[in-house]
Design a protein around this ligand. Structure first.
Ligand SMILES: NC(=O)c1ccc[n+]([C@@H]2O[C@H](COP(=O)([O-])OP(=O)(O)OC[C@H]3O[C@@H](n4cnc5c(N)ncnc54)[C@H](OP(=O)(O)O)[C@@H]3O)[C@@H](O)[C@H]2O)c1
Length: 250
């Protein structure tokens, strides 16, 4: 397997942190960012202990700071000489029913999950266009498959936006050596859902991220992960009448 340099945003916890571990296990070098640098430093130490031949750089980044996104991505590119893959993973799961007085929470979700994902994609694509190669990976969600009610409405809309961004880019880049993947995770245990007791089909962080990393390494254009039960459920969510989807999603 060819060693790659992979930049991951939101690497301080949950899926991003575990992707870092599993990509490092596969021999890749990593550029890791998030706001909680203490956690990034601890992760770097762990990875350096386990993989003495690997290179692991960490930087503080708030993805809602547009200028910082471009600066940090360029600084990582300068560190390593090139960046082979960028995983746009930073995100949050806040939200409230529209009109319930929590525009602040919905706006924060929209800015972090969509506008900041756009900034990260712009910064990554600048690097990839200059290099002539690269792999952009956008982390969407199964909730992108259909509009979602209540606290999930804005979250689902942002994740559908992220998936559409990926599809447009993929259409543009067809036949060129810049790949674009969109990953639709089902319920995977992380900080985002640590208080959720009975989410259906919830899998451990390790198992869920293993499915994500397999799909990413294969360069899949899109992947619902883990495939079971999310591929058939995704089909159902996209195609059933809204009344039935509403009953399925609670
Ligand atoms: N877990 C699931 O079941 C699931 C399902 C579908 C999709 N997803 C998606 O997977 C991605 C990772 O989520 P997770 O489940 O791993 O949640 P998590 O454990 O809460 O991790 C979220 C990560 O995003 C980072 N982040 C949040 N806001 C940020 C900001 N403004 N600037 C920089 N980094 C920021 C956090 O780092 P700091 O706080 O240190 O900055 C953290 O590393 C998200 O995009 C989420 O929507 C998760």
């Amino acid at each position: 397997m060819t060693k790659k340099t992979i930049l991951i945003t939101g690497a301080s916890s949950g899926l991003g942190e575990e992707m870092a571990r599993q990509f490092a296990d596969r021999g890749h070098d990593l550029a890791l960012c998030a706001r909680r640098t203490d956690r990034l430093e601890a992760l770097r130490k762990e990875l350096e202990g386990k993989h003495p031949g690997g290179r692991f750089e960490v930087r503080a980044l708030d993805v809602n700071d547009d200028d910082a996104v471009f600066e940090v991505f360029r600084a990582f590119k300068a560190d390593f000489g090139s960046i082979d893959r960028v995983v746009v993973n930073a995100g949050l799961g806040k939200g409230a029913p529209l009109g319930s007085g929590r525009y602040d929470a919905n706006r924060q979700t929209a800015m972090t999950n969509f506008v900041a994902a756009l900034a990260q994609s712009e910064a990554a694509m600048e690097i990839f266009r200059e290099q002539g190669t690269g792999h952009l990976v956008l982390i969407s969600s199964m909730s992108a498959m259909r509009g979602m009610p209540k606290a999930g409405t804005v979250y689902a809309a942002t994740k559908a936006g992220v998936a559409t961004l990926a599809e447009g880019l993929r259409m543009e880049l067809r036949g060129k050596p810049i790949e674009v993947s969109v990953i639709y995770p089902g319920y995977i245990r992380s900080e985002m859902n640590e208080k959720v007791k009975n989410a259906p089909f919830m899998v451990s962080t390790e198992k869920g991220v293993h499915a994500m990393v397999e799909a990413i390494e294969k360069g899949k254009a899109h992947a619902e992960v883990p495939a079971w039960p999310w591929v058939p459920l995704g089909y159902a969510i996209r195609n059933l009448p809204l009344s039935l989807v509403r009953r399925m999603m609670g």
